[in-house]
Design a protein around this ligand. Structure first.
Ligand code: HEM
Length: 359
């Protein structure tokens, strides 16, 4: 088993050091106990895996599950009848329905992003102030994501942009009740949602269901009407409609909305947060701006087709790629990226972790 770092205050364990001095505290623990060690936080023993072994956790999805822990704090089961789906299905869907089709989506995403920037920034003849960069970027990013998920409309873009932040309130509640019994805080957080007293994402969810119903009915009707001349919409919604379990005679709009909600949850917040970090890093390191700008000009000169770049052009943006990766490396909260062990696991350094343990 990984060594448990010594602590002085019973019950509280390492909670305060983790909460108020996380970076330095984890650095010190790693120095004294090695790359893998356990801490006693919020009434539970949690194991931390350092950079030498973290790749094992990320690569072995047969042994470690990210999804279960990531959504445990959210009362998803009380809000979404079908939960947030199964990790394996979600990973398959990202690969088959999104990653493999990126070539098909690149042009649309660029056009949509361009329109979105025009809408929210415009020509900027007069200076504009956006005092909440993350919220502003979520709106910009929601447009191309909505475009490839479900087709765009003003209403649905706003729903996409607001959906994740409406759920984040649950991440902000400190799990103090877990000191009494592990998991008690999550249980208590669900009570007002279950009783129908509080549901921060209710408006966005009903908007999503309404939009999905309109789209599904329209697509089924038009397919019937136009037969062979029907033009298949290319987006995630259409992929869901064409799955074996979908019954065109009795569409389950709520089930599709639940599936879609997971993808909105996984994509908008991560992309908006990463873009916010990158922009702040760029603004605070102006010495890189000219070099990155020149790389963009060069690639546009070589590959631009009527203002649209082919997918291969993105692979040539080496300097931008390094800048973004470095920003992600420095800013992402890797210690908070919890996983659950699905089976007993032995790390390459010989340390063993039992099933159902949280990382
Ligand atoms: C800059 C943007 C993004 C960042 C930084 C990011 C980061 C991550 C991280 C760290 C994980 C956990 C991996 C693991 O521990 O196994 C993850 C999982 C995942 N992400 Fe992303 N992501 C981003 C964008 C997206 C987008 C755009 C989508 C969907 C279109 C997406 C869908 C997923 C899915 C389906 C999973 C697996 C969830 C599960 O295990 O149930 N992500 N992402």
């Amino acid at each position: 088993m990984p060594p448990l770092v010594l602590y002085k205050i019973p019950f509280i364990g390492h909670t305060f050091s983790y909460l108020f001095d996380c970076k330095e505290f984890l650095k010190q623990c790693r120095k004294e106990y090695g790359d893998i060690f356990s801490l006693y936080i919020w009434g539970q023993v949690k194991t931390f895996v350092g950079k030498e072994h973290a790749h094992e956790v990320l690569a072995r999805d047969d042994a470690f599950d990210f999804g279960i822990v990531a959504v445990r704090k959210l009362p998803i089961d009380a809000m979404f009848v079908n939960g947030f789906g199964d990790s394996r299905y979600n990973i398959m869907a990202v690969k088959e329905y999104i990653s493999k089709k990126l070539e098909l989506y690149t042009e649309r995403m660029q056009e949509s992003l361009h329109l979105s920037i025009q809408r929210y920034i415009g020509k900027c003849e007069e200076p504009k102030v956006h005092d909440h960069l993350y919220k502003f970027l979520s709106k910009v990013i929601a447009a191309p994501i909505a475009n490839i998920f479900i087709g765009e409309s003003e209403e649905i873009i706003t729903t996409f942009a607001e959906f994740t932040s409406s759920l984040f309130i649950f991440y902000a509640i400190p799990p103090v009740l877990d000191f009494v019994y592990p998991g008690l805080q999550d249980y208590v957080n669900r009570i007002p949602v279950r009783l129908g007293l509080y549901d921060p994402s209710a408006r966005q969810r009903s908007m999503l269901i309404k939009h999905i119903k309109n789209q599904v009915d329209k697509r089924l009707r038009e397919k019937q009407e136009y037969q062979d001349s029907w033009k298949r919409p290319n987006d995630l919604l259409q992929d869901f409609i064409e799955e074996k379990l979908f019954d065109p005679n009795k569409p389950n709009y709520n089930a599709i909305a639940d599936k879609m909600a997971f993808f909105i949850f996984a994509s908008i917040h991560t992309t908006s947060r990463a873009s916010t970090y990158v922009l702040i890093d760029l603004a605070s390191r102006p010495e890189y701006i000219q070099e990155l700008y020149e790389e963009q000009l060069e690639i546009h000169k070589e590959t631009d087709k009527n203002g649209i770049l082919p997918i291969e052009a993105f692979n040539k943006m080496n300097k931008l790629d390094s800048f973004v990766k470095e920003s992600l490396r420095l800013n992402e909260n890797i210690a908070g990226l919890s996983h659950l062990t699905l089976k007993d696991y032995t790390f390459s350094n010989g340390l063993q972790i039992p099933k159902d343990h949280i990382f």
